[in-house]
Design a protein around this ligand. Structure first.
Ligand code: G3H
Length: 337
């Protein structure tokens, strides 16, 4: 699919972004275009409304898309009462997200369907790594870090948290941006912080959480997206799941347009992860539709698209059960981690 810039909502001025990311040992501060960003709010809202009005696929097509959604889930537990045993159950569910007999009925049992990753707090990374290793699974362990969810701890502590999660075996790190810097327009300082997180991540994939519910305006969301991508993020992610407003379609439009604009200028594909409050199978289908329409099929894979969710999988499995049996399952029939 050809991605065209003609529908861009933004006036970005001349091409200013370097094609290189800020990787350890390099520095590419080129933030002049940030001041030029303007977002057309009405156009964003209209586009989001259009996406939400899209017809979702039915029958076997729906089942196929739901399985695609499963493979893009970062199956998450981020609770104060997390223990090695509930993290273990989460890992087992991630390895076999849909009941084997249901997959067999639709001839999908041998496709190796798993979620994309499990996502836990830094203190639980070692538990997840142990559980997955014992099950002979190479599923990635993602960890939130950098003072998740508020990011209001000293930089030294946030960096140490990243290093600790990586040392314990996390291969994906979900960092949170410093909202204070974003809200006071200190974009260069934010860029520098994210670059330091990038360095602390080493080879681990870095997903940068914008916490859009606390950024105030679409313009700030677009600017934060650009800064995060320029500083070397592999993904940009909407929310922690802990803000009052989390993944919304309108904010997603702004973020994916930033990803698209960045790709058109640099040739670099950055992934997108909506997270927080995504609970129903129908919502997951709308998210896939949004990605397909806005970024194209290239982005419809775990390498470039994730759904951050703690309870979405239960509803998807329920819909698959209904597709296979014609009945809705009682909750005890589909044990969820
Ligand atoms: O990153 C993932 C989110 O924290 C999950 O949010 P959720 O519990 O609302 O699904």
């Amino acid at each position: 699919m050809t991605l065209s810039p003609v529908h861009s909502f933004y006036f970005l001025g001349p091409l200013l972004i370097s094609t290189d990311h800020c990787r350890p040992g390099t520095s590419h501060k080129n933030l002049e275009l940030i001041s030029k960003v303007r977002v057309n709010t009405q156009a964003v809202l209209k586009r989001a409304q259009h996406i939400q009005g899209q017809k979702i696929p039915k029958k076997q097509w729906q089942a196929a898309w739901l399985l695609k959604a499963v493979t893009c889930i970062d199956l998450t537990t981020l609770a104060g009462d997390d223990t090695p045993s509930n993290v273990h159950r989460l890992c087992m569910k991630a390895i076999q997200p849909i009941r084997y007999d249901l997959l067999k009925k639709i001839d999908m049992h041998s496709k190796g369907i798993t979620t994309a990753a499990v996502c836990v707090y830094p203190s639980r990374v070692a538990d997840a790594v142990t559980s997955l290793k014992a099950a002979n699974s190479s599923l990635p362990v993602a960890s939130v870090a950098t003072g998740f969810p508020a990011g209001q701890t000293p930089l030294k502590t946030r960096l140490e948290e990243v290093r600790m999660a990586v040392a314990d075996g996390a291969t994906e790190i979900d960092i949170v941006i410093n909202r204070t810097l974003a809200l006071t327009g200190q974009w260069e300082a934010m860029y520098d912080e994210i670059c330091s997180f990038r360095e602390a991540c080493g080879d681990a994939h870095m997903k940068t959480i914008l916490a859009i519910g606390e950024l105030g305006t679409f313009t700030n969301v677009y600017k934060a997206s650009l800064v995060a991508m320029m500083a070397g993020s592999d993904f940009i992610k909407t929310s922690t799941g802990k803000e009052a407003v989390n993944a919304t379609y309108s904010v997603a439009i702004v973020m994916v347009r930033a990803i698209r604009d960045y790709f058109l200028r640099t040739g670099h594909k950055v992934g997108f992860k909506p997270a927080g409050g995504i609970r129903t199978a129908q919502e997951s289908l709308l998210w896939l539709t949004l990605i397909k329409e806005e970024l194209g099929n290239d982005w419809l894979c775990p390498l470039l698209f994730r759904l951050g969710a703690s309870s979405l999988l239960a509803d998807i499995e329920r819909q698959i059960y209904h597709h296979v049996t014609g009945q809705y399952a009682a909750y005890h029939e589909l044990p969820m981690a």
